[in-house]
Design a protein around this ligand. Sequence first.
Ligand code: ATP
Length: 324
Amino acid sequence: MKKIGLLTSGGDCPGLNACIRAVVRTANYYNIEVVAFKRGFKGLIENDYTILDYKSVAGILQKGGTILLTAREPRFKDFNFRKIAYENIQKHNIEALFVIGGNGSFQGAYLLQKDFGLNIIGIPKTIDNDIYGTDYAIGFDTAVNNAMEAIDKIKDTTMSHERIFIVEVMGRDSGFIALEVGVAVGAELTLIPEYPLPLHVIEETILKAKEKGKSFAIIVLAEGVASAKELSELLNERLKDKDVGEIRYQVLGYIQRGGSPSAYDRVMASKFGVFAVEKFVQGEKNFMVAYENGKLLTKPLEISFNKVRIPNLEEYHINNILSM
Ligand code: ATP
């Protein structure tokens, strides 16, 4: 019986379990056994694994997080530990290692491919949606919905108390979550690292909103731009004589990453998983699953970490018009 390895690595996100389920069930469908390693690359180094079959992935489709657990494993940057990981993989006679991860995980897994010739198959996931080479990564849609729902609630207070609120959303160095959320909540202003706005423009926007008679405003801030605390302190100081009221802030944090995956994430995670295993069955090697212009395709893994994915500013334009 053929065998494949499977792990989840990097930050957790909603949809990982849906993808694990899809990989395991598709593999079983084609009579392939799945050796699943726990806590990402840590499980490879420590040979900590479990065999997953059709039944063991029942009931997880709608669950957040990952049943395989995930971790950041600094030892994997050391060749000697990657060698140990490879030797453990060899013990299982695994023909390919399926890595559900972000570009960091792909970079690490690629080294197993480069140094030892291991067949690596990457399935993109990250709420940040910043993996180069694919329009979509598992987890993004749920994170956007989580942030939107939280901001809708904050907006009630913002409106009732006629306040300006800066809401900091995740995204690390990228602004994909902020851009999408900005449109979804009708933010007065969206701040992303790829399109830095000078402070005076932010001040002018707030003053203009006030002039137009707006009694409240939501500013969506990507964490890669600045901290919401610092920005609110700065703006409160600079606008203190302008009668805009106190500017408050809220950091959404981990609630964006948790919870049950959206329908979109469940479907995408399932499609990615089935596609990855079927391409493996057809003999394709060393690829990552990519989604482009509505189609699934395969791309070399190294594309994902050699370039930076930049958002399309169309959403920025839309929000500028709608927040008038
Ligand atoms: P996310 O973006 O959702 O956090 P990610 O896969 O990008 O996911 P990282 O923390 O960047 O998450 O990477 C996950 C793991 O991949 C690291 O803890 C490390 O074990 C491994 N890794 C990352 N970069 C490298 C590298 N250059 N060489 C070897 N291993 C790496």
